[in-house]
Design a protein around this ligand. Structure first.
Ligand SMILES: *[C@@H]1O[C@H](CO)[C@@H](O)[C@H](O)[C@H]1NC(C)=O
Ligand SMILES: *[C@@H]1O[C@H](CO)[C@@H](O)[C@H](O)[C@H]1NC(C)=O
Ligand SMILES: *[C@@H]1O[C@H](CO)[C@@H](O)[C@H](O)[C@H]1NC(C)=O
Ligand SMILES: *[C@@H]1O[C@H](CO)[C@@H](O)[C@H](O)[C@H]1NC(C)=O
Length: 431
């Protein structure tokens, strides 16, 4: 998400480097809910949904500064389709009216905009037994611990039934973007193309979080700094000034797309650094899903996610696949001279297409999460096994979720640093 949301961060962050994956062990289990409000019990295959009974979905909070309704999601119709294609389950009604809080089946809360404790206690008191509460957040756990500190809020304990985040183990998976297989017809009409043509520059980084505050970002900056000693990396945006460059802006439109001028600047490059600001589990943001895909630049990725599992097959170069900065730099230069190898990174276009990516606050075009919420709101086997999170911040714990490969990254950088020290010594000796 936007680095802008870090404005509230004033504290030095203590780094944790943990690889541990969190189990769901601290999730509360609660059985014996009266389920007839949702489902018809007794069919041979277990409970089934009554799809003619509407489900009311209440979006209770803003999405950061989105206002209400969320952009792109104004009507129930918006909520039951994705880019014109109907969801598999369409009996959901969308409301933003807080007066509907007692008659809604599902209530969605965005973590950053969580209502006050007083309001949460009131809602919890009035809440009908069958109502499902969803904890929604796309920001990573480290940033969340600053901008939405929940640690000391006991009113958020034991109230959320489902999580909806970029983490795959969320009840509702909600990534920043996705891809789809091409249909047979589409597959037969993919034009072959040399993707190296017209790209006269090597690599670009569009940076706005420059590491003044959080250590992980500082490390990202140091990595880029050292990479630039080996290969050219153009820098646009806020961070250019930290690289002794004049600040060159690559501006965005109101709906968070690069302007045509910015897009054509970016498109001059073969590679774009899609470095996440934090290395957290499953955390792949619009930095990967938007510009690289839409503009056709091969993303060089750095992050805590398993890109093999989550990114488009073959469409990334992972810094962690290289033992040193030099090795990565050499590889990028090799690809630069070898169009055939470079084009292999675009092979995926013969099989897949982009499904969407999150830009700004538009909540309707990056991923069909609405369809998933609606399906879940009708899913008898989910609803007949009631559950809730004892402490939702344990699910979103930075110590368990972030800092992935962080010490490795520091090693790579300090090694590069040593080498450049040595290099400059050799140079000064030879003068
Ligand atoms: C399904 O829901 C509709 C609308 O609430 C209701 O009229 C109908 O009786 C329900 N059907 C079953 C089988 O429960
Ligand atoms: C919600 O209820 C309050 C109090 O009854 C009322 O003043 C307000 O107009 C209602 N809001 C909507 C959107 O209907
Ligand atoms: C209901 O939820 C379960 C558990 O997540 C899932 O395996 C199943 O496919 C869902 N059923 C439908 C109809 O979506
Ligand atoms: C949701 O959580 C509440 C506790 O806050 C619990 O009473 C209820 O049974 C849960 N419902 C589902 C469907 O998980």
């Amino acid at each position: 998400m936007k680095d802008v949301h870090l404005f509230a961060v004033f504290v030095t962050f203590v780094i944790v480097s943990l690889f541990s994956y969190y189990s769901r062990s601290n999730r509360g289990e609660n059985s014996g809910m009266d389920s007839d409000n949702f489902i018809n019990v007794g069919s041979k295959n277990g409970p089934v949904a009554n799809y003619s009974k509407p489900r009311k979905i209440l979006i209770y909070t803003e999405f950061f500064y989105s206002g209400l309704p969320w952009p792109g999601l104004t009507t129930s119709e918006d909520f039951t389709q994705f880019k014109g294609q109907k969801c598999s389950v369409t009996n959901c009604e969308l409301t933003y009216d807080k007066n509907d809080s007692m008659s809604s089946d599902v209530v969605i809360f965005h973590a950053y905009n969580m209502p006050s404790s007083k309001e949460m206690f009131r809602l919890q008191r009035q809440r009908p037994q069958h109502q499902v509460w969803v904890y929604f957040h796309l920001e990573n756990p480290i940033v969340t611990s600053y901008i939405a500190p929940h640690k000391h809020r006991s009113d958020l304990d034991n109230v959320f039934n489902w999580t909806m985040t970029f983490m795959r183990e969320s009840d509702i998976f909600h990534p920043y973007g996705f891809y789809l297989p091409l249909t047979k017809g589409e597959r037969s009409s993919v034009p072959s193309q040399n993707h190296a043509i017209g790209k006269t520059k090597l690599a670009v980084w569009l940076g706005s979080g420059c590491g003044q505050v959080l250590d992980e970002r500082k490390v990202r900056m140091m990595y880029i700094h050292n990479l630039r000693k080996l290969i050219p990396v153009d820098i646009y945006g806020n961070c250019a000034k930290y690289f002794h460059q004049t600040v060159r802006d690559c501006p965005k439109t109101a709906d968070d797309h690069p302007t045509p001028e910015c897009a054509s600047l970016l498109k001059e490059h073969k590679f774009i650094l899609a470095f996440e600001n934090m290395n957290c589990k499953d955390y792949i943001t619009e930095k990967y899903w938007c510009n690289p895909l839409e503009l056709g630049l091969v993303p060089v990725v750095m992050g805590g996610a398993d890109y093999k599992a989550l990114a488009i097959p073959g469409f990334y170069i992972n810094v962690f696949d290289f033992s040193s900065l030099k090795e990565l730099a050499d590889y990028l230069m090799f690809l630069d001279k070898n169009d055939g190898e470079y084009n292999k990174y675009f092979e995926w276009k013969k099989l897949y297409k982009v499904g969407g990516c999150l830009r700004g606050y538009n909540m309707a075009s990056h991923y069909p999460w609405m369809c998933e919420v609606c399906a879940a709101a009708n899913n008898g086997s989910l609803l007949s096994k009631p559950k809730f999170y004892k402490k939702v911040q344990n699910f979103y714990d930075p110590e368990k979720r972030c800092g992935i490969q962080y010490s490795r990254l520091k090693e790579i950088i300090s090694e590069a640093f040593d080498n450049s020290q040595k290099l400059s010594k050799i140079k000064s000796n030879s003068i």
